[in-house]
Design a protein around this ligand. Structure first.
Ligand code: EPZ
Length: 430
């Protein structure tokens, strides 16, 4: 299994290109199941999760053609991929394919909407909480689906072959449930209103793609989406937005090491809350043509209290990285996780660097220390893994991050991007 070896202490200076967002690319790829015409996605990141979803879509009969690099500008450019689901050959998403990635469960929406039936294994994914699917199933039931759980599979059917529009109000904001019910509603008979919809940029990116495919959706970017069902969707060309979590991760890495980094293609409006927190923690952040520049402002790293929240709040997917940064602050910060109940798995690993963190319920109290020391570490989920890289970049001596397949799921060529900015970091194969 590959590992990452790094030696901390270097500032980061230079440019880091930000890739297309994993969490936008995945639902966009799934949307290709809604039409028999080609859906061309531009700026698709090269990630293990994208590859895995390609396998799942191919199993349903989607033809996939990769056309190379975006604009042909740099070797870090995203891929342009055409997905054509002329015929859905199988409406089952099997356990072997679905169990490693929660987002693959989302195929249930388009399959049910287009084919009138779907059989999808209950999902797996990062071990960050129980992560049930009750909102999805309740939402689909409201669109008239009949649903059973059989042998670990969700078996869903639309009576008469077509879903019916309905009013759906989610009890709590859910990105995935919003994606699924929105996709299902595009082909339903009549109008669907989704209330308490997720407002994450990835939801809007999907909604805009669906509109380009002929869907009728209003209220995009708000908590109330109105979807008027149509008989058929068409193909489209659509660009995956830049990854706000990758942006925030490298911004935190630069805040940790000091230096001066331009995050190329980054869009500040996608992560304003995190950038505000980083400014308060002692970084200068400026928007400029081509991206976002981050520098430490000479005050060291200041402690800031943070609470995760649905968009536009501070993202849970940046909580671990911010905690890594706070381990070197010159005070005490409180970090509260409100989205997932078990997303502090990185605390024990950060302690290996000498970090001082005390968890009390949903809140981690982080007391900054003057020095971290390199260590052997390992993480159980994607964002936690990268928090260990951030800690390692500032730690004295050598750090080895084990089990980096988690990183490869969501960070494109992390070690290349960081080493080009001066970090001493390499992948060790085997
Ligand atoms: C998406 O997961 C992201 N994944 C996650 O990123 C992200 O952390 C999360 O949204 C929150 O922003 C992708 O986009 C692929 P939710 P999702 O449904 O959709 C509860 C990463 O590292 N809930 O918004 O699965 C749930 O347990 C990943 O890239 C129910 O109770 O998250 C959680 O507490 C990790 N019942 C809360 O809602 C349901 O039916 C929000 O989860 C659905 C969700």
């Amino acid at each position: 299994m590959d590992r990452i070896r790094l030696v901390g202490g270097n500032e980061l200076n230079g440019e880091i290109p930000i890739s297309g967002a994993k969490n936008a690319a995945l639902p966009l790829m799934i949307a290709s199941l809604l039409t028999d015409e080609p859906l061309v996605l531009v700026n698709v990141p090269r990630l293990a999760d994208v590859k895995q979803l390609e396998r799942i879509l191919e199993n349903h009969g989607v033809d996939i053609a990769v056309h190379g690099r975006r604009r042909g500008d740099t070797d870090m450019g995203g891929q342009r991929i055409t997905f054509t689901a002329s015929d859905i050959v199988d409406t089952t998403a099997p356990y072997e394919l679905v169990s490693t990635m929660r987002a693959s469960f989302w195929v249930i929406g388009p399959l049910l909407a287009r084919e009138g039936n779907a059989r999808v294994s209950l999902p797996g994914g990062c071990a960050i909480g129980t992560r049930p699917v009750d909102f999805y199933l309740d939402g689909l039931r409201q669109l008239s689906a009949e649903i059973d759980i059989d042998g670990g599979y969700v078996v869903a059917r639309a009576p008469g072959g077509r879903l019916k529009g309905a009013n759906v109000r989610f009890p709590k904001v859910s990105v995935g449930a919003t994606h699924v019910v929105m996709m299902a509603a595009t082909l339903a008979e009549g109008t669907t209103i989704i209330e308490n919809a997720a407002r994450e940029p990835e939801v809007s990116n999907l909604a805009e793609c669906l509109v380009a495919m002929g869907a009728k959706i209003t209220g995009i970017g708000t908590e109330r989406l109105v979807i008027e069902g149509v008989d058929k969707l068409n193909g489209a060309i659509h660009e995956v937005l830049p990854d706000r979590i990758e942006t925030g991760t490298y911004a935190m890495a630069a805040a940790m090491t000091g230096g001066n980094v331009l995050l190329r293609n980054a869009r500040p409006d996608l992560l304003q809350s995190a950038l505000d927190v980083l400014s308060r923690a002692g970084s200068d952040i400026t928007s400029e043509e081509g991206g976002l520049r981050i520098r430490r402002n000479g005050n060291g790293i200041l402690p800031v209290d943070v609470e995760t929240d649905p968009f536009p709040g501070f993202p849970t997917d940046l909580q671990a990285q911010f905690m890594a940064l706070m381990t070197r602050s010159n005070g005490v910060s409180a970090i509260k996780e409100t989205i997932f109940e078990n997303r502090f798995m990185h605390v024990a690993e950060l302690a290996r660097f000498g970090a001082k963190i005390h968890v009390d319920g949903q809140t981690a109290h982080v007391t900054g220390v003057p020095e971290l020391k390199g260590a052997q570490v390992m993480a159980t989920d994607l964002r936690a893994s990268v928090s260990l890289v951030i800690a390692g970049l500032a730690a004295k001596g050598e750090t080895v991050v084990n089990r980096i397949y988690h990183l490869d799921r969501g960070f494109e060529r992390l070690e290349d991007k960081l080493s080009r900015c001066g970090a001493e970091i390499e992948r060790i194969a085997g």
